[in-house]
Unconditional design. Sequence first.
Length: 529
Amino acid sequence: MVDFHNLEKFLHSGIKRRSLIIGAGALSGFAIANQFSQQTAIGKTRFSNYPFTLGVASGEPYPTSVVIWTRLAPEPLNGGGMPPVNVPIRWEVASDSQMRRIVSRGTVLATPQLGHSVRVVVEGLQSDTWYWYRFLVGQDSSPIGRTRTAPLANSYLSKFNFGLVSCQNYQQGFYTAYKYLAQDDLDLVVHVGDYIYEGGISNTAPRQHNSPEIFTLEDYRNRHALYKTDINLQAAHAAFPWIVTWDDHEVENNYANNISEIDTEPDRDPLIFLQRRAIAYQAYYEHMPLRPFSRPVGPDMQLYRRLAFGNLATFHVLDTRQYRTDQPCGDGTKERCPENLDLNATITGKAQEDWLFDGLSSSQTKWNVLAQQVPIAQRDMTPGPGGTYSMDKWDGYVASRDRLMAFLQQNQPSNPVSLAGDVHSHWAMNLKANFDNPASATLGSEFVCSSISSGGDGSDTTPAVEAYLPDNPHIKFFNNQRGYVRCALTPTTWKTDYLVMSNVTTPSGTISKRASFVVEDGRPEIQPA
């Protein structure tokens, strides 16, 4: 049996990172699976603590099925605190919140190779219907979660509400925004990345991470567990089904495909970085209510996918991290350089780009939603002549964006709307055929949510940003407070509300609506509500 506690102390005792990551890779899920494959499932496990400390979650709603999730973790910040054996967990789904009218039940094994996390694809459900669910093991019962199925394909749907969230650095603020989101009138939550942050401990933060920068599988598991112990995040997961996609911090800041942000060897070695990526991807899968087809194989994980909600909306969920080429011009905010305009540079990879275009072409829904990580719209960050751009966003991949804009202009899919996060601020922007020509056609809309906590309290506005907004007339709104975005869809209108927190550096922050915008069917220009 592997002694994870002693191993962690060994890995953090000053050895080179190359050895650290190789050692961590030896603890990948496949190694653990082999190690424990012969263990017999046990039915009466004695836990050192309540085992459902990380709550419950659901996601990936289809018309007749949904995923429900939990993880056994009686000692959540100590590798979970579970013995290295399979544990059967019972699950129940009911049509009422008191769990009296059970419509489906079963048993699933929590295995060591997946950190004793479980996901159940509950089949045979009624479409467009709310359900409640829970897990049981021994005498312990999980919290009761609420979820719902999607409407049938092409069925008429008069309204659909969802919340858009991203960027929840545990150290930089409290998740009070999730308390308010959990009380909102929503059908779904969409998380577009930076669910965890991989960095070490800040002694000046409102609350602290639980370890130095994370590298091993146990590190990543403990970090996910730390974030999931937050009661407001648990409440938001228990209230609605989620659609999730990652950005960079689920692995490492600003990584690109198999390229680390660190320029020095051996960290820059793609084979070394892929060891870390495989570990991070496994931990992400273990903690998210994803369908089994997303289970990673080594450093590869299928995350781009498509979910539809009646005749009203199709979510084309993108992954702009795993397949992108390296950021041009040395990353950061820079002037244009030849690499920035390279026709072979890509933020999605060709296979995903083709998949996106095929899906947009064949979509029959009123609204086509690109749920993805980083802003598509151009943001020239230098007032006056010249220009500087963030090379980690679509601004760094001009050819990718040009192909997308050309596709939208030529094929005219119904009402394309981009959702993004990453930048820790609220934005509303028109997607233009030519961002340097304000008179060019508006081809779609983009709504960017601020962070839940990353960046601290923030402010209503920022002078540096206000200075360059006149050079970006397609930008219709900017706000630098924390919060989330609420979207209300009907067959004729899309309404976006920007919710902002008074503060996040204390747990007592209050929320208010800062601005609202609408997009009308067939008219992609963003208008004040």
